[in-house]
Design a protein around this ligand. Structure first.
Ligand SMILES: O=C(O)COP(=O)(O)O
Ligand SMILES: [Mg+2]
Length: 313
């Protein structure tokens, strides 16, 4: 009896976890018009490209596939990402990039955020630049990373009462000053929005290690305000609106390729896309197969180049 149960469990688990095969790679390439790629852990780790990526992207383009890059890393704007791609020898235009920094600015725009109000940024240059492109006034960012707090008696922390939204993203310069600024705006300014670009636990911010992601910075602000943010990055499907508008293609003809289950794969599944997990970033095969995981990609494989290599076999 115990043996049957084990076999049943194995069978159940094996249909949930499908390695990309030559046949499924061919089917995937044939049925997909737009490939959506996550960036950290899929295209690159920090400033280092993952092996075989430029060739694979080139092959997919030559087959007529549209390529889109959907990243939760908010430290750069779309313009800055296009520069990064170029520096790495990959030709990608700004309008093929959908970053959570862009999503945050677009959220304000779509919700008619008043241009007279300001936006406080716990994050980096990418968010400030997207706000500027969208015509909003951003405060904070890297500049405030230099500020210290001395908790002297009688000290009154000054903050701008016209801040109507706080955007929190990945911030290498996070400090107590910014936490207090964000907390006061969210708690004291009537109607102030609390927006999170993303809540990734970790990211491949260098090729050699994973680093704390925006999730821990968002969690700090949740802790002090006792509020939950509006999430605009993956797995929220907010960015999908812009993708569908741009390509006018049904999401069933899209495939989301990512390295995180709770952001990339969930985003793909929530949007009705096909999903492919690559093991080149944050998720290991044991983590995918762990009984505690309940997010199953359609397929998994080692890295992006397998899509093209396997489909040729
Ligand atoms: O670095 C992050 O936090 C996430 O970035 P990614 O969505 O490109 O993986
Ligand atoms: Mg990633």
């Amino acid at each position: 009896m115990a043996e049957v149960t084990t076999r049943e469990k194995e069978e159940e688990s094996s249909c949930k976890h499908n390695p990309l095969s030559p046949q499924s790679a061919r089917d995937l390439v044939a049925s997909v018009d737009v490939f959506l790629f996550d960036c950290d852990g899929v295209i690159w780790k920090g400033d280092k490209l993952i092996e075989g990526v430029p060739q694979a992207l080139q092959s997919l383009r030559s087959m007529g596939k549209k390529l889109v890059f959907v990243t939760n890393n908010s430290t750069k704007s779309r313009r800055q990402y296009a520069k990064k791609f170029l520096a790495l020898g990959i030709d990608v235009s700004e309008d093929e990039i959908f970053s959570s920094s862009f999503a945050a600015a677009m959220f304000l725009k779509l919700n008619n955020f008043p241009h007279g109000k300001k936006v406080y940024v716990v994050g980096e240059e990418g968010i400030l630049e997207e706000l500027e492109f969208a015509g909003f006034i951003g405060l904070g960012g890297p500049e405030d990373g230099k500020r210290n707090i001395v908790l002297k008696s009688g000290f009154q922390f000054e903050y701008d009462k016209s801040v109507g939204a706080v955007i929190v993203g990945l911030d290498k310069y996070i400090n107590y000053y910014k936490l207090q600024y964000a907390t006061l705006c969210i708690r004291e300014n009537p109607g102030c929005l609390f927006i999170a670009t993303n809540r990734d636990a970790t990211g491949n911010l260098t090729e050699s290690q994973e680093w704390p992601g925006a999730g821990c910075i968002v969690a700090a602000v949740c802790g002090s305000t006792q509020k939950e943010p509006i999430l605009v990055g993956k797995p929220s499907t907010f960015m999908m609106k812009f993708l569908v508008e741009r390509f006018q293609i049904d999401t069933s003809k899209m495939c989301m390729v990512g390295d995180r289950l709770d952001t990339d794969i969930l985003f793909g599944k929530n949007s009705g896309c096909k999903t492919l997990l690559v093991l080149s970033g944050c998720t290991s095969l044991p983590a995918l197969q762990d009984p505690s995981n309940n997010i199953y990609p359609d397929y998994y494989t080692s890295n992006v180049s397998d899509v093209v290599e396997l489909s040729k076999l």
